[in-house]
Design a protein around this ligand. Sequence first.
Ligand code: SF4
Length: 303
Amino acid sequence: MTLKCDKCNKDAIIYQKYSGMHLCRKHFTDDVERKIKLTIRKHYSIKRNETIAVGLSGGKDSSTTLYILHKIFGMRPDIRLVGISIDEGIEGYRPQTIESAKQLTDELGIELIVRSFMEEYDRTMDEIAPMKREKGACSYCGVLRKSLLNKTALEIGATRLAIGHNLDDEAQTILLNHLKGDVSRMVRLAPPKELEGLVLRMKPLRQIPEKEVALYAYLHDLPLGFGGCPYSHEAMRKEIRVLLNDFEVKHPGTKYALLSGFDKISGILGREFPQEGLSECSICGQACTADVCQACKLLGRSK
Ligand code: SF4
């Protein structure tokens, strides 16, 4: 027997255990888009004449982010959307996802800027990864990519930088920071305030479970690059992912509870542990809290 949508009695395509709702294609789409609009209204009030850059890897999360932002803001002549893809130089993985990013931006008529580690840092992740086994490639790649994304967003005059973190990513990060006792990272996770030299970040998908992002991308036929990065190795995050998924099955709504609990205390955290002001990196000029930014330290650059 096919289960019916609780809103219109058409065939349901999903059961949301956390809400107790069966939803058809249309009402699932409406539900995802409604949550994203609410998130944007609540955390990132978009003003007139903004430029929103979207960090576009070509995977399901960032592609869905761009697609929905285009749906929401595409008709606004005062809002400019731009995709930024970072090519870290990972053979067999990144070229396919960048191809998907190109296809999506072409279909939507959105400008895409592709920047690479090679042109910026004079080396690729394929060259860096074998030398950085002890800490794992991701800790290097993440810092370098964030830095290049922010730099590129600043260069094009972006007022926002949207990234595709979904509910699972957010819940995992909150729990990870708790387990590591890392309060400063916790503060940085809160919806951002203006800091000179950093483009304001926004995470429109933070209320959407990963599985629903994947379903939305599939239903809307978004071109996606598949396959995993060969260097992906965040052992502790993987454990937390498994743990949270297990909890979610036994106690539906756990991920939402973690996020909403965090949102309730993030203001207090921000006041108790104010973020340091930013200065300019003395080597590359990017915003940072120390004399030399994290990216330059990792690259071993010196003055
Ligand atoms: Fe970079 Fe790690 Fe992501 Fe691969 S999995 S692209 S190394 S951050």
